[in-house]
Design a protein around this ligand. Structure first.
Ligand code: 3PG
Length: 209
């Protein structure tokens, strides 16, 4: 992972995980997130609109846009061509990680076990997405994993929200937290941008406390 991407994510502390059905929502969503105080976003390849949404959101100079739920080398290429600055995966795929390294885009693979963390270390990585965080044991599990893996940083995602994000961010091993709570599908589908901004601002404030 290139240090500047990690630094950007560490500064923002919160990475919204976006699932967009319609790329036309990308521009107002970018505006809503930046109005709420966030500068980074992960747009997932769970929908066909992902590449177009990344392209549209990348036009906002205030926003640092990455691609999520990247499962294949082809999606890495699509994401990078659309302007993605980093790649996030739900799990550890050696071929996806190798491809990211070949094309020179920072990658944050998912890791849920000590073995998967060692695979990431073997691949030369120092930061993993810890997914699904709450279901895996949350803060206590990260504390336990961080003990042997002293140089590894985590981006816990899954079940994180404004109520519990401080507990995660208090751990030195946690770089940032990710989640969908401020960009719930219903908010995006119905264009409730003010609510996205309100939820985002609340999360940013909680992270600062
Ligand atoms: C992800 O892929 O990162 C998760 O779907 C996010 O989990 P959340 O919806 O519980 O925030």
């Amino acid at each position: 992972q290139s240090a500047d991407v990690s630094e950007t994510l560490a500064k923002g502390r919160i990475l919204p995980v976006v699932v967009l059905d319609d790329a036309r929502a990308a521009a107002p969503l970018a505006a809503a997130l930046t109005a709420g105080g966030l500068r980074s976003v992960e747009v997932t390849f769970r929908t066909d609109a992902a590449a177009d949404a990344i392209r549209a959101m990348s036009e906002d100079p205030q926003l640092f846009v990455g691609a999520g739920t990247v499962l294949t080398p082809g999606q890495v290429d699509e994401a990078v061509a659309a302007g993605a600055r980093f790649i996030v995966c739900p799990g550890f795929s050696p071929r996806v990680v190798a491809h990211c390294q070949q094309v020179g885009v920072p990658v944050f693979p998912g890791a849920a076990t000590a073995t998967e963390i060692q695979m990431a270390i073997d691949a030369g990585l120092d930061t993993v997405k810890f997914f699904p965080a709450e279901q895996l044991g949350g803060v206590a599990m990260i504390k336990a994993l961080a003990a042997p893996f002293r140089s590894v940083r985590f981006i816990p995602t899954g079940g994180v929200n404004t109520g519990n994000l401080r507990d995660y961010l208090a751990l030195p091993a946690v770089l940032a937290v990710g989640g969908t709570w401020m960009v719930a599908p219903s908010l995006l589908a119905e264009g409730r941008w003010d609510e996205v901004t309100t939820l985002t601002a609340a999360a940013v404030n909680a992270a600062r406390e």
